[in-house]
Design a protein around this ligand. Sequence first.
Ligand code: S3P
Length: 173
Amino acid sequence: MTSAADPLTLVLVGPMAAGKTSVGRRVARRLGVAFVDTDKRIVAEHGPISGIFAEYGEAHFRELERAAVAQALADGGVISLGGGAVTQAATRELLKAHPVVFLTVNPDAVADRLRGSNRPLLSGDEDPVERWKKIFEERRGWYAEVASTTFDTSRRPMQKIADDIVTWRREQR
Ligand code: S3P
């Protein structure tokens, strides 16, 4: 599961607004390793995600995402993925060799976090929280398939959740 060169790589997956970036940043700081957000890498290289979806479609975004995940895993560190990365079999395959933390969150907690968000999959006419719930249910099995462990972020401070993940990760070595 781990290699001597990079003993503390771990991956965070979960639905939109589960706290993958906030928790991941804190976990990386505590472990003393790099933090990588694959969405941010895609944006840095290809521009805003909403623009990629609008201009080239979701399938194109998923391919950019798979490549970004492969690169991030090769680089190592704490890696947070976009919520839909697990929908791709090729991306799930890449995750098999790594410790993966599934972050869950309930709809009440997510409502606040989605306010002001610019996520293309939540931008239609439907209520964003209802749409979020449907997407999460569609993907739940994929998250469970890749997950080594699960933490819920609905109620506790992100720092406490990060501390628990660090403890868990150190026990895996
Ligand atoms: C997506 C989640 C987003 C981003 C893109 C698609 C999804 O990331 O990758 O908008 O399909 O769930 P977050 O999970 O960080 O919001």
